[in-house]
Design a protein around this ligand. Sequence first.
Ligand SMILES: [Zn+2]
Length: 471
Amino acid sequence: MHIQRRATAVAPTPPLSVQQAAAPASIARGGRVSLDIPGDVHQHYFGRGRRRYRLPRFSDLKDITQSKTLGIDQAELKELVKTALIRLKKENRLKSKDSLDAIIDAIFPAPGSIDQSAFEAAVDSSDRTIIYMSVFDTNARIKDKDRPKLRSAMRWAIKVIREAQTSKTMLTRIFGSKQADAAGNYRKAGDRLQAFVDSTATLNKSVNTDYNRDDAALYLGGWADFDDQVIHLEPGVAKVTNSKESVATLVHEAAHLADGAIEDHGYYPPSTGKDAFAGMAESRKLNNAAHYEEFVRRWLNTSTYNNDTEFTPGKAVSGAALTLEDDVRLATTEYFRHGWDAAVEVQFALVKYRKDLLASKDAKFKKDLPELKKISKAMHLSLHRQSPGHETVTQLDIVLAESIARVVSDMGDHSASIKLALTPKDTSEIKKASDRLINDTIRSYGALLGDSKKDRTLTNWLVANYGKAFY
Ligand SMILES: [Zn+2]
């Protein structure tokens, strides 16, 4: 499954009519299309200030605390909830100014007991961006009222895709000698979207969204599964709150559906450095979904680049060779992206197991339990601490996995602000220099487990498990 990180903190825009979309001539002239709409800001990740770490509902925590069978040691439970609070504190979302230990001691005054007033004094429990409500709202069908707008964004994406197929000059600027292959992939991507426009049954079967706000908490823009030909869109994309971002995301996900070889090798800048993205090798960018956004973004005037910028392998936008620092920073952001991706997959899996268990279907869970316990141990969750024979996926586990995904994603952004001291010695040692940058980033960011050695062990485990399906 190819998951897509949410690219921007998107501001709503008025819907763009197909009329506006049908004016691509300016691309051929090399000028930027003038579809500038106030508020359509192409924001950077950095400092976006979206605060989304969450906690389980009080009732879910109470169930865990008072369970006669789960058997999680009270001291360990306090530690687990404390790590969730460390992350909320990082986002300045604790109501209480007390120390974390004082807050935790007040919430859990004695073994087996939990204090609701202390919980409510610590966090605003009515805020759904703080409290995780229901696993059953994830992966929901597109609501009837959202469908027409999504379809019009799809029609619009198809129009741009059809334009791309015949824009040899522009595709050559982006894909170089692979432009004809790229055109073929665009054609298939357009056909996939056309099928969703043509048939409601196909749309309902193949496109879903999330009404539980997991996506926002995970920084998830969407995902695509080539084998099942399914795409998932975060609710803002599905509801088309920003038409240009919806179109770009639809093309990205449709590219995954076009060919199983199209994966993610670096998201659209600034997630991947602007120069590193432009300087990617031809064979790699042909199979990188984010590169299929570039034609669309040039067309929509939301590109990071000028319309006449040529992407040249190994070279920065300026034409200069990519520097050692570019390589080290790309290796570092890719490390955190892989870690984020794996943590999102774990969260997805835990949601599925919890849904199964709540529906009294436990066969798969029981079969997979040994593996799940290993995951729990590596990610510092609660499963492996529960009484043998009584294990379950608690809401706390889901929230912890979700917040790990967030922290690791934030760390990738944070790495851009960490100074990188490169000595000539590093020229042949990108990996070593990147390792140092990763450690410096983790130390500087904090807020994962509260211990940078343990943090690095955890992120290494995630990166080693990149690409694995956990359910
Ligand atoms: Zn992708």
